[in-house]
Design a binder for this molecule. Structure first.
Ligand code: PMP
Ligand code: GLN
Length: 404
């Protein structure tokens, strides 16, 4: 045993606990709660895509595929970019397959950043961003967005950017807010990236999950951004197969080459059979993609209306699996963490506290103070569930809060 087990392990990671998704799912399971916390669909995913994967598992090959990804999937990603966004991409040099968007993000950050580089991020932030930026030795500059519309604060953003900015990380559609960045906001980010000669790392895993006719616009389609934007997608979200962990990066040749260097040492590759099935999936007809978002929009409306009737103030969600709800009228004065704990144990419905999306206290420093969660008492509910299950969850909440 080493003399000081705490001092001997990685000092960035020792500032972090177990992710909130694992914590809330475990609590939900322990108490038989309906899990509207961690974001995953309840079903098994499309039959035809799983059949394709199963056949490919039996027929092979099952040995290491090329580290960049199998040609069929890289070609399918390039074709998908052209079909949906009119983006012309060279599949051999501008597409990289990764083990989920999580690895795509890590490989991009490790592949592009040097210690001391500054990275601009927006809070609330997806949980893996901050630790990976820190592990890369880079300095996070966190710009808080405010409810209810989470608009980009022009002045704070301009103040966070400087000649030291190497990269801006943006997630649209955005987890956990459900915000879809407007065209003028993307233009503002593109303009800053150009001005400071920075990269724009675009987490677009929810690209096909937008509602009310709002379309997804990759920042990569903006003028001059083909050279600066790195676009990340995930089969987990696009095909409701979150356990598969197949992600894909689209970026300019020189960026893809730099990111590949990190990818080869992180995971090297991704199961070939799942890659083949995702290639098949990306070529599915338009009706697949429109049905996916239409069905999810129905679930969003069902949960949103139900929560509103129970006494939550529900914020608008234009995309993702999630909506934010303010519980201050139902439980004034208690923390979001305590509210989620009680909701899971006493009402039988799990949600995720918004404060989990602001990084741990260890993130802050005098020069770069921690960004606090908003005043509003917010929790995140996941609505990518069968309507019957959402109705059951709403009935439990109504009976708990005395509204039904
Ligand atoms: N980014 C965001 C914003 C997410 O919500 C998720 C959720 N899983 C990921 C990345 C990770 O995607 P994957 O499961 O493909 O690693
Ligand atoms: N992206 C999912 C969410 O936000 C969870 C991913 C995970 O559990 N790591 O809930």
């Amino acid at each position: 045993m080493v003399s000081d087990p705490v001092a001997s392990v990685n000092s960035v990671l020792s500032g972090y606990g177990t992710t909130i998704f694992t914590v809330m799912s475990a609590l939900a399971q322990a108490h038989g709660a309906i899990n509207l916390g961690q974001g995953f669909p309840d079903g098994e995913g499309p039959d035809d895509i799983r059949e394709f994967a199963a056949r490919s598992l039996l027929d092979g090959p099952n040995q290491y595929p090329p580290a960049q990804g199998i040609p069929a999937l890289r070609q399918a990603v390039a074709a998908h970019n052209m079909r949906f966004y009119d983006l012309s991409v060279d599949w051999e040099h501008q597409v990289l397959v990764t083990s989920g968007a999580t690895e795509a993000l890590a490989a991009s950050l490790f592949g592009l950043l040097n210690p001391g580089d500054e990275v601009v991020l927006f809070a609330p932030l997806y949980d893996s961003y901050l630790p990976i930026v820190q592990l890369a030795g880079a300095v996070p500059r966190i710009v808080p967005l405010s409810p209810p519309d989470w608009a980009l604060p022009g002045e704070a953003l301009a103040a966070a950017c400087s000649a030291r900015t190497k990269l801006i990380l943006v997630n649209s559609p955005m987890n956990p807010t459900g915000k879809v960045f407007a065209q003028d906001e993307l233009s503002m980010l593109a303009e800053l990236a150009r001005r400071y000669d920075a990269y724009l790392l675009c987490d677009e895993v929810y690209e096909h999950l937008t509602f009310d006719g709002v379309g997804h616009v990759p920042a990569m389609t903006l003028p001059g951004m083909g050279e600066r934007a790195i676009r990340i997608g995930s089969a987990g979200k696009t095909f409701s197969l979150t356990g598969w962990k197949v992600g894909y990066i689209t970026a300019a040749t020189h960026l893809c080459a730099a990111i590949f260097k990190a990818h080869q040492f992180l995971t090297f590759t991704t199961p070939p059979n799942l890659q083949a099935a995702v290639a098949y999936g990306l070529a599915k007809p338009d009706s697949y993609f429109t049905t996916l978002s239409r069905d999810l929009q129905y679930c969003r409306d069902l949960l949103s209306d139900g929560l509103q009737n129970i006494g939550f103030s529900v914020l608008p969600s234009a995309g993702t699996y999630f909506l934010a709800a303010d519980f201050s009228l139902l439980a004034p004065g208690i923390s979001d963490v305590e509210f989620c704990r009680r909701l899971t144990i006493e009402a039988g419905v799990a949600a995720v506290p918004f404060s989990a999306f602001y990084g741990p206290a260890s993130t802050g420093s005098a020069a770069n103070p921690l960004v606090s969660p908003p005043e509003a008492q917010l929790v995140r509910f996941c609505f990518c569930k069968p309507p019957e299950l959402l109705e059951k969850a709403l009935a439990r909440l109504a009976s708990h809060f005395g509204g039904g």
